[in-house]
Ligand binder design. Structure first.
Ligand code: 4HQ
Length: 248
């Protein structure tokens, strides 16, 4: 899968791609990621990428032409992308469903904004969609772009070594994860739940499914409205809800 990231902080983005699962995916040729320094697409002596807002007010606005030229250059050298994504708090919220959709594409361009915002014509003329990674304010789109690349890359075959860990991932099943434990069996008086030491695989599986449902019900109940539960999960959830009624 191909990603092109346009930014005024190429070193920061490069650092975010260099290690871990994404770094290995790039090294192994499963991911083709290029970083584009927006300033390379300026034409003035000062390499200006921002300007004062029309109508006045505080802060600066990202100029449209460098971004337009950057995407033109990507089209010419890397091919016509399937999506040009603008990262901004005004975008549609990034969910695992959006991640899966992007994972079905072959070539995605990510535009990172800085300053107070980006000239609206970039949305109209260059971006094909706008995504937000959450309802909080960051100082730029670089971290959101890295979030998108990370989440989408995990779905590219071979990038995550163990296929099972992708399929069983928390949100891929629409629920929160169950608790995890490793050695030692006791830490500061806190023991690992007995069932996990029992060797009863069916019991372990049932306990994990129960805990995932319990945590989802307690922490993110709205997820249960859209999660596709099987018969066993619906039965477990009914049990948990009855327990709650007895001692809330
Ligand atoms: N910003 N999800 C403002 C974000 C953001 C987010 C990126 C700050 C764009 C201009 N982007 N710049 N949240 O807060 O995507």
């Amino acid at each position: 899968m191909k990603f092109d990231i346009v930014t005024i902080f190429p070193v920061m983005v490069g650092a975010g791609l260099a290690e871990g699962v994404v770094g290995r995916g790039i090294e192994r040729g499963l991911l083709d990621v290029r970083i584009h320094d927006l300033r390379e697409h300026t034409v003035d002596r000062h390499r200006t990428v921002d300007d004062v807002p029309y109508g006045g007010g505080p802060g600066m606005v990202m100029k449209p032409e460098p971004l337009m030229r950057a995407v033109d250059a990507i089209r010419a050298t890397r091919g016509v992308p399937d999506a040009v994504v603008l990262l901004s708090p005004q975008g549609r919220l990034l969910t695992q469903a959006e991640v899966v959709r992007l994972g079905g594409l072959r070539h995605v361009v990510l535009l990172c904004g800085r300053y107070e915002g980006i000239d609206e014509r970039v949305r109209q003329l260059v971006a094909t969609e706008e995504l937000s990674i959450g309802d909080y304010v960051l100082s730029g789109g670089e971290l959101p772009a890295l979030v998108v690349v990370d989440a989408v890359s995990r779905l590219v075959p071979g990038v995550v070594g163990d296929r099972q860990s992708v399929d069983e991932d928390s949100f891929s099943r629409g629920l929160l994860d169950h608790p995890h434990y490793t050695r030692p069996a006791e830490v500061a008086g806190h023991a690992v739940p007995e069932v996990l030491l029992s060797g009863h695989h069916a019991e372990v599986r049932r306990w994990r499914r129960q805990m995932a449902l319990r945590r989802t019900l307690e922490r993110r109940p709205a997820l249960l409205d859209t999660a596709e539960l099987d018969d066993e999960q619906r039965a477990l959830l009914d049990e948990i809800r009855k327990d709650e009624e007895r001692e809330p």
